[in-house]
Write a protein that binds this ligand. Structure first.
Ligand code: PGA
Length: 253
């Protein structure tokens, strides 16, 4: 399975940033290095106003574009919202769903995430479903239980697991510079894999990429991305600058 390196730009970005994909490719040429580059898929998730223009900017660069959210309805009186079909029309092919910032600030509870995931699948896009415990839950020894429950309720019942990416992002590690120990990441990813096997069966579950996110940086990427069930990274801060994003991509096994 290829490693997926996904940059989540959050609410950062302006039209001048359409230069970034070409800058990235200058630093990390596609298929130039048989040892690594052709084994890494690159995804950039810019703010909604840039989706279409970023798809155009990535033409011929082998970089995919994803959205950071979508609505669960196809169309209607939902001021300020964008449907999964609308995301698909821009040429983007992934949608990040249930990011902890959306869960904490915009009411994206598990049921909402499941409905959005369902809409994303229906639109032919790949959902990246985010899960992760907060600090209190980690300290209380409930991290695995919390993540297992989020997974169960955030993936819609009809999903077959064939088109699905999971991102494990401990809330306390996002934007904080704090990172779980390698052992804790490995334990959680193994737990998530187990949950997916229970849900979808081994052959399907084994092909689901499980990304790690939360203060992933050039300095820690190599050891984290080398862990057995870590299929890539979801990168916030370090994904805004192409030199650090390229350094992370370079660190992929
Ligand atoms: P961070 O954010 O890399 O800045 O910690 C990750 C994320 O929120 O997806």
């Amino acid at each position: 399975m290829k490693t997926l390196i996904a940059a989540n730009w959050k609410m950062h970005g302006q039209l001048a940033w359409t230069e970034k994909p070409a800058q990235f490719r200058a630093l990390f040429p596609a298929n130039a290095n048989a040892n690594s580059n052709d084994r890494v898929d690159i995804l950039i998730c810019p703010p909604a106003h840039m989706l279409q223009i970023m798809v155009a900017a990535c033409a011929g660069l082998d970089i995919s574009i994803g959205a950071q959210n979508c609505h669960d309805q196809t169309s209607g009186a939902y001021t300020g919202e964008m449907s999964a079909q609308m995301v698909a029309e821009t040429g983007a092919n992934h949608v990040i769903l249930g990011h902890s910032e959306r869960r904490a600030m915009f009411g994206d509870r598990d049921e909402v995430v499941a409905a959005k995931t369902s809409a994303t699948l229906k639109a032919g896009l790949v959902p990246i479903v985010c899960v992760g415990e907060n600090r209190g839950e980690r300290e209380a020894g409930q991290a695995e239980e919390v993540v297992g429950a989020q997974l169960a309720a955030s993936i819609p019942q009809h999903a077959d697991g064939v088109s699905l990416v999971i991102a494990y992002e401990p809330v306390w590690a996002i934007g904080s510079g704090l990172v779980p120990t390698l052992e804790d990441i490995a334990i959680m990813h193994d737990h998530i894999r187990g949950c997916l096997i229970t849900r979808f069966g081994a052959p399907v579950a084994d092909n689901i990429q499980i990304l790690y996110g939360g203060s992933l940086k050039p300095g820690n990427a190599k050891e984290i991305l080398a862990l057995k069930d870590v299929g890539g990274g979801l990168i916030g801060g370090a994904g805004l600058e192409m030199d650090s994003l390229a350094a992370i991509a370079m660190a992929a096994p």
